[in-house]
Design a protein around this ligand. Structure first.
Ligand code: PGA
Length: 247
């Protein structure tokens, strides 16, 4: 596990974009696993810049997003479909037929989750999975206590996660109670992981993820077991780390 400590959010985002762009150049038909939330916004902004200014070509790239709220249609402005199109896809030359995001309005959620796993397999697996981390150590919507071998499925959001995400909704009552999320086992099968964290709100989760024991109570700690994981944090998120890490 490579841990990089960057000066600030901007540096963290640019370093992450370098890693993603290098993969897209080396393997133009790569499969990217993508995340939502405020953390990857800077990464997506930089990828858009690289596309517009340096011709970074996404036309053959396939994407799979980590999760989606249950009950929100794709056009809802808090759905992760909407987020991804607004903040990345509509600004790059991605082929819409290669974009995959769990469907929050699926009639048969279990069947949809099986289908999603199958699509990942058919695409040849995920080459690089981008991850954020919750203040409670969740990855995607795999909340504390999630099975470390779990697959794509429906999960109940914790009260903490609903509160953390309430800032995007008019009130906490509007925050969905369930989400479809890739499982921890699904995420761990990606050939490379890129976990990003910024700000002091994440310092404790990062401390445990990097230096704590592996536990289902902090799902992100499983990243320690991945053969090719990079964690990029800014100084604030690194504040509680005691080891020495590269800049
Ligand atoms: P954030 O969310 O990027 O908005 O902090 C990360 C997460 O909850 O996984």
């Amino acid at each position: 596990m490579l841990v990089l400590v960057k000066e600030d959010y901007d540096d963290m985002s640019k370093e992450a974009a370098k890693i993603v762009a290098a993969l897209v150049r080396r393997k133009p038909d790569c499969v990217l696993g993508l995340a939502t939330g405020s953390t990857p916004l800077g990464l997506y902004k930089e990828l858009i810049r690289l596309h517009k200014e340096e011709g970074l070509d996404f036309s053959k790239v396939t994407t799979f997003n980590l999760d989606e709220y249950v009950g929100l249609p794709p056009e809802h402005d808090q759905s992760y479909h909407y987020f991804m199109w607004e903040n990345l896809f509509k600004h790059i030359n991605i082929d819409p037929s290669r974009v995959h995001i769990p469907h929050g309005m699926a009639d048969d959620v279990e069947e949809h989750c099986r289908w999603y796993e199958e699509r990942i397999k058919k695409a040849g697996g995920i080459d690089l999975q981008v991850l954020g981390i919750g203040a409670n150590g969740h990855i995607a919507f795999n909340e504390p206590g999630s099975s470390l071998g779990s697959r794509t499925r429906i999960k109940t959001l914790t009260e903490k996660t609903r509160q953390d995400n309430a800032r995007f909704f008019k009130s906490i009552d509007e925050v969905p109670k369930y989400a479809i999320t890739m499982g921890i086992g699904t995420i761990m099968e990606a050939r490379q992981l890129l976990l990003l964290a910024s700000g002091k709100n994440k310092a404790h989760a990062i401390k445990i993820t990097v230096e704590g024991p592996i536990t289902a109570m902090v799902p992100a700690t499983i990243v320690q077991m991945h053969p090719k994981a990079t964690i990029i944090v800014d100084k604030e998120a690194a504040a509680e780390l005691t080891g020495k890490y590269e800049g």
